[in-house]
Design a protein around this ligand. Structure first.
Ligand SMILES: NC(=O)c1ccc[n+]([C@@H]2O[C@H](COP(=O)([O-])OP(=O)(O)OC[C@H]3O[C@@H](n4cnc5c(N)ncnc54)[C@H](OP(=O)(O)O)[C@@H]3O)[C@@H](O)[C@H]2O)c1
Length: 245
């Protein structure tokens, strides 16, 4: 049984499908959770709990990030779930599109992580989790900006693992394939019905659920995973089994 009762965990993107499930799973295992996102109504939908602190924060806004940081005392875990998908063909990419995707998926995550270390808010033996995507290994048409923004986060996570290993701090990425959330709906809308059916048929175990990802996240946050660091852990329902056919 995973026990997080001694842990305080920050979850970004807590209003999203995966983030919200991670928040509720952490709470059910006894963790104190600081949940953050932009949409306050969605944040308030998370069932109130004495161990839960909700803070509204647009991670691209430095003042709101400062406001978030002053509410943090010491963290044993961070799960970065904030993210944005933006399908766009390569030949039409302009600088503003790069900024739009990278600012949320890459820059805010790197600067928030840096700030947390600078202000000594990450405790020894903490576990950091970055949400990447299987698309780094298995790219999809139109996904170049999203995929490359996630590839940068994978490299960043491995660097965090190296720089902070002497404090017993671990850093890993979870790389899910399709999980049923709003991002999934947006991805689906970019395809015709036939194309989408073909995509779904490539998943031997079907499409993932937020709970699947949350289960791995709580394992990585717990002391049961204390020898795992610098890894990119795929969760793909068997998708990559089909990629070499
Ligand atoms: N679902 C999938 O199929 C899938 C697959 C692979 C990887 N992932 C990754 O897993 C993570 C979670 O995905 P999801 O499906 O749960 O996504 P989602 O439901 O679309 O949620 C995205 C989250 O990001 C937050 N966010 C976006 N821009 C932000 C900003 N500027 N500041 C603060 N928060 C911001 C949103 O907050 P607000 O709602 O408050 O705006 C929301 O909580 C993402 O990083 C995604 O790339 C998802």
């Amino acid at each position: 049984m995973i026990d997080l009762s001694t842990k305080c965990v920050l979850v970004t993107g807590a209003t999203g499908g995966i983030g919200k499930e991670i928040v509720t799973t952490c709470l059910s295992l006894g963790a104190k959770v600081i949940a953050t996102g932009r949409n306050i109504e969605k944040l308030e939908e998370i069932k109130s709990n004495n161990n839960l602190l909700i803070i509204k924060c647009d991670l691209t806004n430095p003042e709101e990030v400062d406001h978030l940081l002053i509410h943090i005392d010491s963290l044993d875990g961070v799960v970065h779930c904030a993210g944005k998908i933006f399908p766009y063909p390569i030949k039409f990419i302009k600088e503003k599109h790069i900024h739009e995707v990278y600012s949320v998926n890459t820059e805010t995550i790197i600067t928030l992580t840096s700030q947390l270390f600078q202000r000594k808010l990450i405790s020894k033996k903490a576990s950091l989790i970055f949400m990447s995507s299987i698309s780094v290994q298995h790219p999809y048409m139109g996904g170049s900006l999203y995929v490359s923004s996630k590839a940068a986060i994978e490299a960043f996570s491995r660097s965090v693992a190296l720089e902070f290993a002497t404090d017993g701090i671990r850093s890993n990425c979870i790389a899910p394939a399709l999980v049923q959330t709003e991002i999934y709906e947006q991805t689906m809308n970019a395809y015709t019905e036939d194309q989408w059916d073909k995509i779904i048929s490539q998943y031997p175990l079907g499409i993932g659920k937020p709970k699947d990802v949350a289960n791995l996240a709580v394992f990585l946050l717990s002391d049961l995973s204390s020898w795992i660091t610098g890894n990119i852990i795929p969760m793909d329902g068997g998708l990559l089994l089909n990629s070499n056919r």
